[in-house]
Write a protein that binds this ligand. Structure first.
Ligand code: PLP
Length: 414
């Protein structure tokens, strides 16, 4: 347990860290200090076990067999869907579509939405701080429909220009797709206002919750997005898993994304009747083990308690910012009032890759580069940044090591 007044929560972090086998290892002879949680989070043993248990004890396809193993697998897979629905307070579990991840979910919506609802002269609104996966699918959709992609500008601090956003909402807009939390700046966007303003004009909204779902409590019935997407691997679950939440109304209005097994009710060569929700959007054999283990990851998080996690992460962020600010020549990329999980910075004119490599030699994992937000890098006129992304299992001591590591790297590189 840490004895730091502002970081101590009810959580026994030393004990919790033992749940994550990977955190016990050494890198380059130093204890691993993992600050790349924005890219992917580490997995607790219960998640690893849940995935293994499926293959060891009940590996079988879902929704297909009457035999015992298939029933067990189907029950576990559908239980995971209920866990996800409960976690985000979806009104119905059929509003939870299992996907490969955030990218897959956005592509699903952009593709099906544009096929049915986008035409020449229409427009789609995204923001300047989107991940490539919330830019490119909409570019493709707009190109194919002859529609225009419009981009909400941001301030120097990395906050959305809500006044400009409001003025952009005209009759041509058929979709708004924005990130809840920026993976590069850490900015927490006012998604409630974004949704309310769009809904006042009957425009649907997709929220990219890839960097929010693991840090912020989300109640989709209160927030009322039409779509919300996230990746399992960023919330302590397996890679290749994810969730698309959509309202029953919208999911019923959209055409299927992919055709194949499971998404059909009946097939003849003349005509196919599609399956009901959620199966209409889950063509083929899904990542059964992964989705089951994603359910376990969410249960693990719920056992620790999202409010406690949030409180700890806020304290860690505040401490990290306070200590990093003391470094000579440091410049933060993004300094929003409301932020979560992510700190992007540069020190003097040191290239982020050089800084990243020297930190790695000290056992400290940070992300360097454009973070899949190249347009944002262009806006800030930087080649990339060093990004430290925190989560609840990080410690004050690790932040101290990061700060010391950055100082040491700077002294070697300047
Ligand atoms: N959106 C945001 C904000 C992200 O941070 C990421 C991943 O870093 C993605 C989308 C894409 O997630 P995935 O690669 O898991 O599909």
């Amino acid at each position: 347990m840490e004895h730091i007044a502002n970081i101590t929560t009810g959580l026994d972090i030393a004990q919790i860290r033992k749940d994550f086998p990977i955190l016990q290892q050494q890198v380059h002879g130093k204890p691993l200090v993992y600050f790349d949680n924005g890219a992917t989070t580490q997995k607790p043993q219960v998640v690893i076990d849940a995935e293994a248990r499926y293959y060891e004890e009940y590996n079988s396809n879902v929704h297909r067999g009457v035999h015992h193993l298939s029933q067990v697998a189907t029950d576990a897979y559908e239980k995971a869907r209920h866990i996800v629905a409960g976690y985000i307070n979806a009104a119905h579990s059929h509003e939870i579509i299992f996907t490969k991840g955030t990218t897959d979910g956005i592509n699903l919506v952009a593709n099906t939405m544009s096929r049915r609802f986008l035409k020449a002269g229409d427009s789609v609104i995204i923001s300047s701080m989107e991940h490539h996966s919330n830019i490119v699918p909409w570019q493709i959709a707009c190109e194919e429909a002859g529609a225009t992609l419009k981009v909400i500008p941001i301030t120097e601090k990395g906050e959305l220009r809500m006044d400009v956003y409001e003025s952009m909402l005209d009759d041509t807009v058929k979709m708004v797709a924005v990130t809840y939390v920026s993976n590069t700046l850490g900015t927490v966007n006012p998604v409630q206002d974004i949704i309310a303003l769009a809904h006042a004009r009957n425009i649907p909204v997709l929220i990219d919750a890839a960097q929010a779902i693991q840090h912020i409590s989300i109640d989709v019935q209160a927030l009322q997005p039409d779509f919300l997407v996230f990746s399992g691997h960023k919330i302590y679950g397996p890679t290749g898993t994810g969730v698309l939440y959509g309202t029953t109304e919208w999911l019923n209005k959209l055409p299927p994304y992919q055709g194949g097994g499971d998404m059909i009710k009946t097939v003849t060569f003349a005509k196919t009747i599609y399956n009901e929700l959620p199966y209409k959007f889950e063509a083929g054999t899904p990542n059964i083990a992964g989705s089951i283990a994603l359910g376990t990851a969410i249960e693990y998080l719920q056992q620790i308690g999202l409010p406690e996690i949030q409180q700890r992460e806020e304290a860690l962020m505040a401490y990290a910012m306070q200590e990093l600010r003391k470094i000579d020549g440091i410049r933060f990329i993004g300094d929003a009032k409301n932020r979560s999980g992510v700190i992007s910075f540069l020190v003097h004119n040191i290239h982020p890759f050089d800084m990243g490599e020297l930190l790695d030699q000290q056992g400290i994992a940070v992300r360097t580069g454009h973070h899949c937000t190249e347009p944002l890098m262009d806006l800030f006129q930087v080649p990339g940044t060093v990004r430290a992304s925190l989560t609840f299992y990080n410690t004050k001591e690790e932040i101290d090591k990061l700060v010391a590591g950055v100082k040491r790297a700077a002294s070697m590189l300047l």
